[in-house]
Design a protein around this ligand. Sequence first.
Ligand SMILES: Nc1ncnc2c1ncn2[C@@H]1O[C@H](COP(=O)(O)OP(=O)(O)OP(=O)(O)O)[C@@H](O)[C@H]1O
Length: 306
Amino acid sequence: MSSIDLRDLTKEYGRRRAVDGLTFRVLPGRVTGFLGPNGAGKSTTLRLLLGLDRPTSGTATLDGRAYATLREPLRHVGALLDAQAPHGSRTGRDHLRALAASNRIPVRRVDEVLEETGLAPAARRRVKTYSLGMRQRLGIAAALLGDPEVVVLDEPSNGLDPEGIVWIRALLRRLAGEGRTVLVSSHLMNETASFADHLVVLGRGRLLADTPMRDFIDARVQPRVRIRTTDPTALGKALARHGHDAVVHDDGHWTVHHARVDDIGRLASQAEVPLLELTAEEGTLEQAYLDLTAADAEFAAQPQEA
Ligand SMILES: Nc1ncnc2c1ncn2[C@@H]1O[C@H](COP(=O)(O)OP(=O)(O)OP(=O)(O)O)[C@@H](O)[C@H]1O
């Protein structure tokens, strides 16, 4: 199966470095979330990978080959980028048929992907009558048309309704489960957490992280424990005795920071504190991401001010 390889990829627009010496691989069989603040260089990276723009230096290849050298690219890489707006006066089906013809893709695939993306009932309507979510589904249908080994999607949840969001999540998981290489950019952290196995994070054109999602969160967010009790005095004493840092909330529940549920459960049991609730609060991707990007912004602010 194919991988995506970026080596020292750099893109300058005038004096601005949109992408700055990026080196990373995107491997098959998992969904890689592609994250970064506005202007971090995600879209530029995807455009360079898909041959829509030329790098200033470095390379972006698919299984060792540049996109521009692929003879029938849709059979290797399916991509959805914001810019890929189909002609509004065509029907959705005609748009896909034209793409299929130019890549020698059998026409039966058109109906298959229309079914798969839930667009079959609207297939004979003109694209200009489509909602944002329907256009998004059409873009995804086009990406899947050539049954590609590599799938690259820029903000695929954009405009989708809740049902569509559940659908795209399952689709991404399935594509990775089939051994494909799946790269998905998003600003929605909860969404990304629901489908990604691995993360690549950019900041100001540079690589900030390339790591499994769980490790990314665990390295940045301390575990916490949520507790409710009928005896707050006893709980407070027991926690203080063991040097735990706890916060009591208005609704009566407690949060113990930097703690594991096993330790707090044992401690409460030994002190015979009656518990109504004892839950591990896992760190979220959003917390970890904000922590990383805030640190990057602080680092960036100093040399610019000097
Ligand atoms: N065609 C262009 N000409 C000049 N500058 C550009 C061009 N395309 C992008 N840039 C600049 O390059 C930087 C990276 O932009 P890019 O769109 O790749 O970021 P992004 O991470 O995709 O952002 P967003 O999350 O907002 O989509 C920005 O500073 C942007 O202004």
